[in-house]
Structures are given as structure tokens and as C-alpha cells.
Design a protein around this ligand. Structure first.
Ligand code: SF4
Ligand code: SF4
Length: 85
């Protein structure tokens, strides 16, 4: 049986991202336009998190970055859950 090494690399990288970071909103920069929520492939209410300024810790979040990339105000960023030692 052959093994797709690219798939293994992708899975290991993805696991590390999921374990180490989450999306953190800056409520002071958010204008509640809703573009982030509209572009979330899982339909998470990112705008609600941004309104409250709390990190997106929903276990369904894929950390795909769509909300971060689409926010016109730069109000979203990835932050490490545990800072590197
Ligand atoms: S896209 Fe940015 S500015 Fe718009 S609601 Fe989301 S976090 Fe706020
Ligand atoms: S990182 Fe992706 S899955 Fe997570 S809230 Fe943003 S758009 Fe949705």
C-alpha cells in the first residue's frame, strides 16, 4: 500500500495550527459589517465574537483564516493559545 507523504505533512501541520492558535478580534476596530461571518465556511457568527472582543474558541472553527483575510478593518488576527517558550 502506497502512502501519500503530502497528505501526512498537511495533516501534521493542520494539527499543529489547530492546537496552537485561534482568531482574536479587536472590538475597538470592528465596525460590525458582518463580512467575517458571511465568509466563514462554517457559518460561525464571527461578528458576535468581534462585538464582545473575545477569542473564537468554538471547536468547529477550522482556523482557515477566511475571516481574518476578509476583514476590511484588520480587526481579526491569529494569536497563539500558548506563547512559544
Ligand atoms: S469583518 Fe471585521 S469589521 Fe466587519 S464585523 Fe467582522 S471583525 Fe468586524
Ligand atoms: S478561521 Fe475560518 S472557520 Fe474559523 S471563524 Fe474564521 S472563517 Fe470561520
Amino acid at each position: 500500500m502506497s502512502i501519500d507523504r503530502r497528505s501526512i505533512f498537511f495533516d501534521l501541520t493542520r494539527t499543529k495550527v489547530l492546537a496552537c492558535g485561534c482568531v482574536q478580534p479587536d472590538a475597538g476596530r470592528c465596525v460590525q459589517c458582518g463580512i467575517c461571518s458571511h465568509n466563514c465556511p462554517l457559518g460561525l457568527d464571527v461578528r458576535a465574537y468581534a462585538w464582545r472582543g473575545i477569542p473564537i474558541t468554538d471547536s468547529h472553527c477550522l482556523t482557515c483564516g477566511q475571516c481574518v483575510a476578509r476583514c476590511p478593518r484588520g480587526a481579526l488576527e491569529f494569536v497563539p493559545l500558548r506563547p512559544e517558550a
